[in-house]
Design a protein around this ligand. Structure first.
Ligand code: DSN
Length: 423
């Protein structure tokens, strides 16, 4: 019996759990045959995935390198130290925490370390491109803190820094958060730092969306203008699903690390931390800069091509990896657009546009991003092709025959840029 059980322990997934094995295969096929335009998604490398599926998943390592609560941590100490050294070099930060399981928990750790319930927090309005953890009423951040949202000007759809300053002077926030999930333009981190200094606020940048571009020198870095920088590790930076926190002032080290563990988390995910180390190592290589430059070129080419197809792009363009498309003149809402594009194997997400007349579950826009298609090798040459496919699909959203033709075209395009060809 014991032998049988040991054998089963070493058996492949396909034998032990054919149902999950088949579903993973199905998802691989979906990814292979779909154009992934969700701005927050990417395709992790084989090396990142190998680290994530390693034996490191078995190890408990509560604490930090050199100060653990469990024995046998000498190897994982080296893994975490490598991840820390690499991420600090990548962003020019003095200190880092790579244990946070997600971007949401990175933000939670910083808030819990430096804010008390009821304190005033200023952050970008979710309806203008912010994030749930930037004060949404359905998130802990909106429930624990007094939220003062800032947003974009209606005429330019660019952040209104004068209004942000006026609101900060009036409300005296303890912290101002920069960063967003659906804002395509460069944040003026220096201006926000100046506003923070004027009112005595801390500056947190949640760079989750832009972290790859920043590492690749394609988007201005917030590091020297912030007290703390948080990020996910799986968006434009192309690592495993996870989070991180960076800072430069050693006075913040103890509060942040204590806030992560034992404050809000238990044992770190050492296999994910190893994969973060791999991702940071990849991002330190010269070719990563080329990749990030291509992401931005592709986003700008896609924006221009969408305008040529008759779409309006919020703020008129992009300084990053994403663009927000206003569908109002196209006669479809965001929900219908997302469903229609799914039907032709183009993956996007419906997204509110600033001052959107539609509810968040319907919306008047879609958000498009280029990190994943750039990983597949698509360049500016393919962006007009994608814009045309989107335009045709949305114009003919109830024409089943045409959608079938478009789907075949998308699958043919995907076949020219294969992924997971190593799996
Ligand atoms: N869900 C992410 C995004 O799509 O931007 C933010 O966490």
């Amino acid at each position: 019996m014991a032998t049988l059980s040991r054998n089963r322990h070493s058996s492949p997934l396909s034998e032990i759990d054919p149902a999950i094995f088949a579903l993973i295969g199905k998802e691989e096929e979906r990814q292979r045959n779909n154009l992934e335009l969700i701005a927050s998604e990417n395709i992790a490398s084989r090396a990142v995935r190998e680290a994530m599926m390693s034996v490191l998943t078995d190890k408990y390592a509560e604490g930090y390198p050199g100060r653990r609560y469990y024995g046998g941590c000498e190897v994982v100490d080296e893994v975490e130290t490598l991840a820390l050294d690499r991420v600090k070099e990548l962003y020019g930060a003095n200190f880092a925490n790579v244990q946070v399981h997600s971007g949401a928990q990175a933000n939670m750790a910083v808030y819990f370390a430096f804010l008390k319930p009821g304190d005033t927090l200023m952050a970008m309005n979710l309806a203008h491109g912010g994030h749930l953890t930037h004060g949404s009423p359905v998130n802990f951040s909106g429930q624990l803190y007094n939220i003062v949202p800032y947003g974009v000007r209606q005429d330019t759809e660019v952040i209104d820094y004068d209004e942000m300053e006026r609101l900060a002077v009036e409300n005296k926030p303890k912290m101002i958060v920069s960063g967003a999930t659906a804002y395509s333009r460069q944040f003026d981190f220096a201006r926000i730092r100046a506003i923070c200094d004027k009112v005595g606020a801390l500056h947190l940048c949640d760079m989750s969306h832009y972290s790859g571009l920043i590492a690749g020198g394609q988007y201005d870095s917030p590091l020297t203008h912030c007290d703390f920088v948080t990020s996910t590790t799986h968006k434009s930076i192309r690592g495993p699903r996870g989070g991180m926190i960076l800072w430069n002032n050693d006075e913040y080290t103890k509060p942040i690390n204590m806030s992560v563990f034992p404050g809000i988390q238990g044992g770190p995910l050492m296999h994910v931390i190893a994969a973060k180390a791999v991702c940071f190592g990849e991002a330190l290589r010269p070719e990563f800069k080329v990749y990030q430059a291509q992401i931005k070129k592709n986003a700008q080419a896609l924006s221009a091509a969408m305008i040529a197809e008759g779409f309006r792009i919020c703020s008129g363009g992009t300084d990053s990896h994403l663009l927000l498309v206003d569908l109002q003149s196209f006669g479809v809402n965001g929900k219908i657009a997302q469903i229609t594009l799914d039907e032709v194997n183009i993956t996007t997400n419906k997204n509110s546009i600033p001052f959107d007349p539609e509810k968040p579950f319907i919306t008047s826009g879609i958000r498009l991003g280029t990190p994943a298609v750039t990983t597949r090798g698509l360049t500016e040459a393919e962006m007009p092709v994608i814009a045309k496919l989107i335009g045709k699909a949305l114009k003919g959203h109830d024409d089943e025959a045409m959608k079938a033709e478009l789907k075949a075209e998308v699958i043919a395009l995907c076949a020219k840029f294969p992924i997971h060809d190593w799996s």
